[in-house]
Design a protein around this ligand. Structure first.
Ligand code: AMP
Length: 402
């Protein structure tokens, strides 16, 4: 298959991995995608996936440059380099500097670098990916798409913590929110799916994957969200605790003598579904165990749904009107059980589950899962962050070309 002259390479660069997708701007599924793994470790490899299937190959070196060289070589072998028009990079933290996607310049790199203290695990690998890609693909524009940008429309009362203002002014301690690309995409899709007015609607979008967050979207703009300065705040996640009384953290530090590193690991890596269940961070595995009566799994799923419902209720108060609750992400798109448990707790909104529809809307399908005529309603919308990044990248590249 020879794609048109409008391919976008989408890169998501993590500390030990490089995820990539080649999007043809005319279609939503990538023409090629894959993942380079164990960068910086033993036995680095890269997997390519296209409509013909999957293929994994070893990498000659365990670094991001070797991974990108392999991607570029694959594109060259397919005769696609000439068709490549731009590269879109996912960047986790853009602080207050970025309110939308931008063409990457030296100044933009410096601004992303300035946000490193806010996302020490995520931004440095993204910057590394940007530098390596800009060296190798230097003739085309590179675009940064930031997870935080969509939430920059939040009003002050939603993003400020009740701390001395010095913390915000001097150190940027405030709520930023994440998963912005996903919330923006599903909110936009939901408006079409539900026939809402693009200029007058209120949604709560729940992105439920290994990381999870919910956002209040008013007329296409984020007005409140569950994640904060870091992606630790808010909902119960795979291994993250989400909300916790800071007093409880201080208590654990005092009574168990835990230091900062130990607390960081406890809250980010050992908590959430994994900590509650004592079994797994994986929702599918927990559902299977719960069906067999595993007490920890049942408890973990219930706490997850309770916290989510509580957040949906709270976020609705940041809207003028709630039209719909939208589920997305690996869990939101594929778990009728979590959706049912959550909606059972949303009775004060006067909506009720359509059990039949709920079972049917899975595996990338979109659809309403509440009774016909319920207002507000609930629906599932499959997210597609790579596509959204590709769209932003293509648009900015087009504008840059004049
Ligand atoms: P993500 O981070 O968006 O890829 O989502 C990962 C989460 O989605 C994991 O907790 C998976 O267990 C969960 N998930 C994927 N498929 C299913 C399914 N069929 N039922 C329940 N959870 C699922």
């Amino acid at each position: 298959m020879a794609p048109d002259k409008n391919l976008i390479l989408v890169l998501n660069s993590g500390s030990s991995s490089l995820k990539f997708a080649v999007q043809n701007t005319g279609q939503r599924t990538p023409v090629l995608s894959g993942l380079a793994e164990r960068l910086g470790g033993e036995g680095p490899s890269i997997t390519f996936k296209d409509e013909g299937g999957k293929r994994t190959a070893p990498l000659p070196r365990a670094d991001h440059a070797a991974a990108l060289d392999a991607v570029v070589a694959e594109l060259a072998a397919r005769g696609w380099i000439e068709a490549l028009v731009a590269v879109g990079h996912r960047v986790v933290h853009g602080g207050e500097r970025f309110t939308g996607s931008v063409i990457i310049t030296p100044l933009v790199i410096a601004d992303i670098e300035a946000c490193n203290p806010l996302a020490p695990l995520h931004n440095p690998p993204a910057l590394l990916g940007i530098r390596v890609a800009m060296e190798r693909l230097s003739d085309i524009p590179h675009v940064a798409v930031l997870d935080t940008a969509f939430h920059q429309t939040m009003p002050r009362e939603a993003y400020l913590y009740a701390l001395p203002m010095e913390q915000y002014r001097s150190y940027g301690v405030r709520r930023y929110g994440f998963h912005g690309t996903s919330h923006r995409f599903v909110a936009h899709e939901a408006v079409g799916l539900l026939g809402l007015d693009p200029a007058d609607h209120g949604l709560v979008t729940a992105h439920l994957g290994n990381g999870a967050s919910a956002t209040a979207v008013q007329d296409g703009c984020s007005v409140d969200t569950s994640m904060g300065l870091t992606p630790l705040e808010g909902l119960v996640m795979g291994t993250r605790s989400g909300d916790i009384d800071v007093g409880a953290v201080l208590h654990m530090m005092r009574t168990e003598g835990l230091d900062v590193a130990a607390i960081d690991t406890l809250l980010n890596k050992k908590s959430g579904l994994l900590g509650l269940s004592g079994l797994s961070n994986d929702c599918r595995e927990l559902e299977a165990a719960a069906a067999k009566g595993h007490e920890g799994a049942i408890l973990a799923l219930d706490v997850f749904a309770h916290r989510l419902a509580r957040y949906i209720g709270a976020l609705a108060m940041s809207l003028r009107r709630l039209d719909a609750v939208i589920f997305t992400g690996g869990i939101g798109e594929n778990s009728p059980l979590i959706r049912a448990k959550t909606l059972a707790r949303l009775q004060p909104f006067g909506m009720a589950l359509d059990a039949d529809a709920n079972e049917k809307v899975i595996r990338g399908r979109n659809g309403v899962i509440t009774r016909a005529g319920d207002k507000p309603c609930a629906a599932v919308v499959a997210t597609n962050e790579e596509w959204m990044i590709a769209c932003d990248t293509a648009e900015l590249a087009r504008k840059a070309a004049g």
